[in-house]
Design a protein around this ligand. Sequence first.
Ligand code: NAI
Ligand code: MG
Length: 357
Amino acid sequence: MSQYNIAAIPGDGIGKEVIAAGIEVLDVLAERDGGFRFSFEHFDWGSDYYKKNGVMMPEDGLGKIKDKDAIFFGAVGAPDVPDHITLWGLRLAICQPFDQYANVRPTRVLPGITSPLRNVSGPELDWVIVRENSEGEYAGVGGRVHRGLPEEVATDVSIMTRAGVARVIRFAFKLAQSRPRKLLTVVTKSNAQRHAMVMWDEIAAEVAQEFPDVTWDKMLVDAMTMRMTMKPQTLDTIVATNLHADILSDLAAALAGSLGIAPTANINPERTFPSMFEPIHGSAFDITGKGIANPVGTFWTACQMLEHLGEPRAAARLMRAVERVTADPSLHTPDLGGKATTRQVTDAVIAAIQGDN
Ligand code: NAI
Ligand code: MG
């Protein structure tokens, strides 16, 4: 029997609630499958750790998780700690050194969930967004001088490397090729940003030659927001820079019904380092401790983790269970307009797994 060693980092706020639910479901799934099991090691890193120790994770933190098969991550962010500290101190502190350069965000309208788009009943919206996750606008290059003085200057410099762009675009083409429609949209802004984004476009055209069976097109990011809302059925796989995809994927999550159901995988495709799986949402302090966080985004990202670990059968079983539960409006949490609790949704998914053939 295979054993998967997983680092569980719940983080802050509802991260703790949804990761606990996710672990319960994954253990039931392993038991149901019989061919594998999980060993979770918990790490209490995050804002509480920061308040005690002055850092979000210990200095040797990466060493403690680098040999794990995957990382199961909740969210970071606390009302009394600046967001750039929580984000750079933990989430990006893992993504960047572990070279998780492909951020994969599937978006679909699950059964029972209503898209805010009038013309979308379900199948018209089925996308995977690939976000460049290692450089670009979030490379962290820049600085501030004359701090606090009237002549203060601040810069954030976007860094695009040929290697970094080529590898994420190649990853997106491969992913598009693996999907039935073999359709890729490359998001750009090469009209206004005339250096790096022009290189981005050139590299896309070069890499495209390796994938003659994939149909691809190019879209300016501003026009892309219109296409996502007006013609969602014309899109399938999408690749964009770190900043562009950050924004577009929140739009995608909203169009699919709720931020609470959206999953994401931070993938190191070469598997030199563990990949990290997390719901897209943050720590949601407005609902923390109320027991009403929607765990579906975490369950869906658990499916991504199972696929990555090489357990597609269990991943499919979990997705079927999730879809059976979302199809029942009495099992919707308040973010979906319902009254169900995290506990009720989790129990229903567990029951659906146990009842699955
Ligand atoms: P958020 O995603 O935490 O919450 C946005 C809204 O969606 C809130 O009204 C929240 O209640 C709701 N929501 C989010 N997830 C939900 C779920 N699973 N079930 C039900 N409702 C849900 O974003 P916000 O409020 O902008 O940020 C809160 C904190 O989270 C900040 O400190 C921010 O920096 C951090 N954050 C962290 C992220 C991460 O760790 N990857 C991602 C986004 C934000
Ligand atoms: Mg975001």
